[in-house]
Design a protein. Structure first.
Length: 407
């Protein structure tokens, strides 16, 4: 244990593939940022834990009990990418960790760093924070193969209890269940609103497919609006309120109410059907600020937006339970085994996830220093191979050293 006045123990999973490389070059940058702002008064005691392939080779277990106990004790962790076991066993280590600690909010900030190549004309217009529900929806993995007794029973149940529903190919139909609850929806939307209010954001957009899935995604939308209009009544103005005023008093009155809310600095709560969101996020991304959505939509949205600002190689992420305080920070990309050990990986996502960890600890000055040092490095054209596009590329260690120098 270090001797700092305020020393926090943080479990670290170095991960598989390129994971150990990007972590080993992230750690010194985070420590330098902490020392720059707080000297010896604050520090992190890194507690290294095993998970993934490295854990399996050492212990025969992909998620050892000691690792789970460390996260349970300290309520937070940071991890590099993990490889998912092939074949039998755990479906996804990431999903297992999220479920074990009920990390219901997957938080993905997405913004552009000048100097990073982008496939869109105006990546600078993208500045969003995605709140993706992490414990429900079809990504939770409740499904049955077509040739199982469970699928046969589901088919009978649907045919007998769900009206005149039928299947075009009943003998080869598989089934999946999409659980969406009031409590799960409310805590996710509430977290997004709390974040937006704390960080003085302009709007929260509820992204959904409620026009088709009326009792799941439509319910998510309705529960989200209801929560905003009751718990946050003094701080928000919703599109649903706008519509009610327009219906009762006319559009002019509704426009005036919206204008008054904006002048008063109220947070605007709106919604967008998910397919329209994809179009609008390309054409008018500046109209979106904080986004709250269900799991599968959030999976697509997060990666699509990341592509607009340079790819998931520079995309950080956090999985948080704002009610219990458990938090897991992670680089959102894969293990990239083809370049592992070759000093070619981009550590930016790991660095930015580390900055999110520092923010979570309340050490925002150090967090912003990490982001600013990365911003300066990229602006000067110093990049790793994935962002080079014909320019000279730095290796992982050299890139991290350039960031460290700019601290």
């Amino acid at each position: 244990m270090k001797n700092q006045t305020n020393c926090v123990t943080v479990p670290v999973i170095r991960g598989d593939g390129i994971g150990p490389e990007i972590w080993d070059d992230t750690q010194p940058v985070l420590e330098a940022a902490i020392a720059k702002h707080y000297g010896d008064t604050r520090g992190i005691d890194w507690l290294f834990c095993l998970a993934g392939q490295a854990a399996f080779e050492a212990t025969g277990d992909y998620l050892p009990a000691a690792t789970m106990a460390a996260i349970e004790t300290h309520k937070l962790a940071i991890k590099a990418p993990l490889s998912t076991p092939v074949g039998e066993g755990i479906r996804s280590l990431n999903v297992t960790l999220r479920k074990a600690f009920d990390l219901y909010a997957c938080v993905r900030p997405v913004s552009w760093f000048p100097g990073v190549p982008s496939p869109v004309c105006h990546p600078e217009r993208v500045d969003m924070v995605i709140f993706r529900e992490n414990t429900e929806d079809i990504y939770a993995g409740i499904e049955w193969a077509y040739d199982t007794p469970a699928a046969a029973a589901m088919k009978v149940f649907i045919q007998e209890h769900c009206g005149s529903l039928s299947f075009p190919f009943p003998e080869t139909t598989a089934f999946g269940v999409k659980p969406v609850s009031k409590q799960g929806s409310e805590r996710l939307v509430g977290a997004a609103i709390d974040y937006a209010l704390k960080h003085k954001r302009v709007s929260v957009t509820l992204v959904h497919k409620g026009n088709i899935m009326k009792y799941t995604e439509g319910a998510f939308l309705n529960w989200g609006y209801a929560l905003a209009e009751t718990k946050y009544a003094d701080h928000v103005f919703t599109w649903r309120q706008y519509g009610a005023i327009a219906k009762a008093e006319g559009k002019l009155a509704a426009d005036e109410a919206m204008k008054a809310a904006q002048i008063a600095g109220k947070l605007i709560i709106k919604d967008q059907i998910c397919d329209a969101f994809f179009q609008e996020s390309l054409i008018r991304p500046e109209t979106f600020d904080v986004v709250a959505t269900l799991n599968l939509n959030g999976d697509y949205i997060s990666d699509a937006l990341a592509a607009q600002v340079g790819g998931i190689g520079i995309s950080p992420g956090a999985n948080i339970n704002y009610q219990t305080g458990y938090a897991l920070f992670e680089a959102t990309h894969g293990t990239a085994p083809l370049i592992a050990g070759q000093n070619k990986a981009n550590p930016s996502a790991m660095l930015l996830s580390g900055a999110m960890l520092l923010d979570h600890l309340g050490w925002s000055e150090a967090a912003e220093s990490v982001r600013q040092a990365l911003r300066l490095t990229l602006f000067e054209g110093l990049v790793t191979g994935d962002l080079a596009e014909g320019k000279a590329a730095l290796g992982t260690k050299e890139f991290a050293a350039a960031i460290l120098h700019r601290l």
